[in-house]
Design a protein around this ligand. Structure first.
Ligand code: HEC
Length: 113
């Protein structure tokens, strides 16, 4: 039951994200990821992360509800990042970034088939 609620929340978040965001938002999110995160994390659908310890971004939306990532971004990501500087995103950047993450996930699913 708890799992079901979690899934529902995730789906709601994803559909919300895709309805309020535009392609340009996704592009801006990708640029952000590229500038700030890609030197360690993989930000595309296939490649390995440059820093082997850093999880590829495409698994993020499977691992966490995007809304909890949203909070983490607003407060500054600190979790378990020995090698990683603390990032703080403003609300617009967060919307863009999450749009980008959802786009990775959705494309992933459809292109795996
Ligand atoms: C200098 C390298 C580096 C950069 C730059 C970097 N990360 Fe990371 N990140 C890591 C490493 C290494 C881990 C794995 C840490 C661990 O598991 O202990 C990680 C893990 C994470 C996690 C998972 C945390 C968890 O609890 O498992 C998130 C979310 C994350 N990074 C987000 C980001 C975002 C968003 C950016 C860009 C704004 C970014 N990272 C930039 C190195 C980096």
């Amino acid at each position: 039951m708890k799992q079901l609620i979690k899934m529902t929340t995730l789906l709601l978040t994803l559909s919300l994200a895709s309805s309020i965001t535009t392609a340009s938002s996704i592009d801006k999110g990708r640029t952000l990821a590229k500038e700030l995160c890609s030197k360690c994390h993989s930000i595309d659908k296939k490649s390995q992360s440059t820093n082997k310890a850093a999880p590829p971004f495409r698994i993020f939306s499977e691992k966490w509800p995007l809304e909890s990532l949203e909070e983490a971004l607003a407060e500054g990501i600190v979790v378990g990042h020995n090698d990683m500087p603390v990032f703080k995103f403003n609300p617009e950047q967060i919307t863009d970034f999450l749009a980008f993450l959802s786009s990775l996930k959705i494309k992933d699913v459809s292109e795996e088939k």
